[in-house]
Design a protein around this ligand. Structure first.
Ligand code: NAD
Ligand code: MG
Length: 406
């Protein structure tokens, strides 16, 4: 039994849904809060978290009437406490405080912390058997098998927030899982979609941060430019929908209007379309199994031509690496994700060039295989241990990769 509810029986809904926002200050967090503001009386916010931005977090906690606010960085505790003084809102800091936030009694939890740092808090929410709006994909890439198993065992409902997976989720409800022939994820192709390989290799940080269609946090924006994002999303789809690598297709669709879909055995294709605005899939999950008023609409008359093309794994090697990691299985996706987090952070810090991102991921995967550390993580501690070892390896390999000329 999967934790993703494909054929739900709408349950009686509470008048007011209590929600916790993990990663409240980020792009997904802000879009979620925008929707909450637009539907007064429908949601009550229990807890909010951020990495470091204590002042912004405190302002959100006050505005939303949250009971608990937590920052991941312990050095920001005093700032958070001061900013919340007199509000009656409890302040906390450190990694364990994120788990505490996720453990508070909310019916619905948004998992929108970037990276594998999301794993422990998101799992803590799932293990309470509540609804988890899953925006974060890295926790599934890091430890998808055990995450989905534990979520299902706890009776949690995992709702895909990522736009492509939300599209597939909505499309899957048109039939039964057994009648699915193929799952389709679309990709914008990012800012370098039509660039030649040589130019992509030399792309600057500023060029990589300019996504043509979506406004997102920096890590996923870089992942979109390298197309690692789509690679991570193939692994995400594998875990969410219990689909093998051969059942998941990627199509480049530069307009980002058709977000994803499903082909059924009878030849019917069902896709979800909508504006390139994360508030659409977030609203679907926030109000699930009902619907709520959204923030943007799509007008067919304003649509340009919709075009589709095959992805190019030579110009975008990250896509090839992610697919290979999924086929290798065991700890390979965990290593891929960890190495990519180090590579993207190093690119953002201008320590490596754009081409070095995929090169560092590949070198870390090879070194991990050679050292025999590609074991399948059986529990969270093991997943985090494999993740940790891969990060150390990637850091060790960094100078040697950075010296490579492309
Ligand atoms: P963001 O950088 O804008 O925000 C991330 C949030 O998490 C912030 O609140 C930040 O303070 C917090 N955070 C970051 N690192 C943390 C850490 N180590 N510990 C605790 N908190 C931390 O990112 P985003 O674009 O909102 O993306 C969040 C997640 O959602 C990512 O996993 C991303 O892949 C996924 N996602 C985002 C989009 C999008 O449109 N932005 C779309 C699909 C999926
Ligand atoms: Mg996506």
């Amino acid at each position: 039994m999967s934790a993703v509810p494909l054929n739900p029986t709408p349950a009686a809904l509470p008048q007011e849904r209590s929600v916790t926002l993990l990663g409240a200050t980020g792009s997904i967090g802000s879009s979620t809060i925008d929707l909450i503001r637009r539907s007064p009386g429908r949601f009550r916010v229990e807890a909010v978290t951020a990495a470091r931005n204590a002042t912004a977090l405190a302002a959100l906690a006050r505005e939303l009437g949250a009971k608990f606010a937590a920052v991941a960085d312990p050095a920001c505790y005093e700032e958070l406490k001061a900013a919340l003084s007199g509000s009656g809102i409890e302040a906390a800091a450190g990694e364990d405080s994120l788990v505490e936030a996720a453990s508070r009694p909310a019916d619905w939890v948004m998992a929108a912390i970037t990276g594998a740092a999301s794993l422990r808090p998101t799992l803590a929410a799932a293990e309470r058997g509540v609804i988890v709006g899953l925006a974060n994909k890295e926790c599934l890439v890091c430890a998808g098998t055990l995450f989905m198993r534990r979520a299902a065992a706890a009776g949690a409902t995992v709702l895909p927030v990522d736009s492509e997976h939300n599209a597939v989720f909505q499309s899957l409800c048109a039939g039964t899982r057994a009648d699915v022939k193929r799952i389709i994820l679309t990709a914008s192709g990012g800012p370098f979609r039509s660039w030649p390989l040589e130019a992509i290799r030399k792309a600057t940080l500023e060029q990589a941060l300019k996504h043509p269609n979506w406004s997102m946090g920096p890590k996923i924006t870089i992942d979109s430019a390298s197309m690692m994002n789509k690679g991570l999303e193939i692994i995400e789809a594998h875990h969410l929908f219990d689909a093998g690598p051969d059942e998941i297709d990627v199509l480049v669709h530069p307009q980002s209007i058709v977000h994803g879909g499903v082909e059924f055995v009878d030849g019917s294709m069902v896709a979800q379309i909508g504006p390139p605005d994360m508030r659409v899939p977030i609203a679907h999950c926030l109000a699930w199994p009902t619907r709520m008023n959204g923030a943007t609409r799509l007008s067919f008359s304003q649509l340009a031509n919709l075009t589709f093309e095959e992805p190019d794994e030579i110009r975008f090697p990250a896509l090839r690496l992610a697919k290979a990691a999924l086929r290798t299985g065991q700890g390979a996706p965990t290593v891929l994700n960890a190495a990519n987090e180090i590579a993207v952070a190093s690119f953002i810090d201008r320590k490596i060039g754009f081409a070095h991102i995929a090169a560092l991921v590949e070198a870390t995967l090879e070194a991990s295989a050679a050292r025999g550390v590609l074991r399948e993580p059986v529990d969270v501690a093991e997943a985090l241990a494999v993740d940790h070892t891969a990060r150390l390896l990637a850091r060790d390999l960094l100078p040697q990769i950075a010296a490579k000329a492309f």
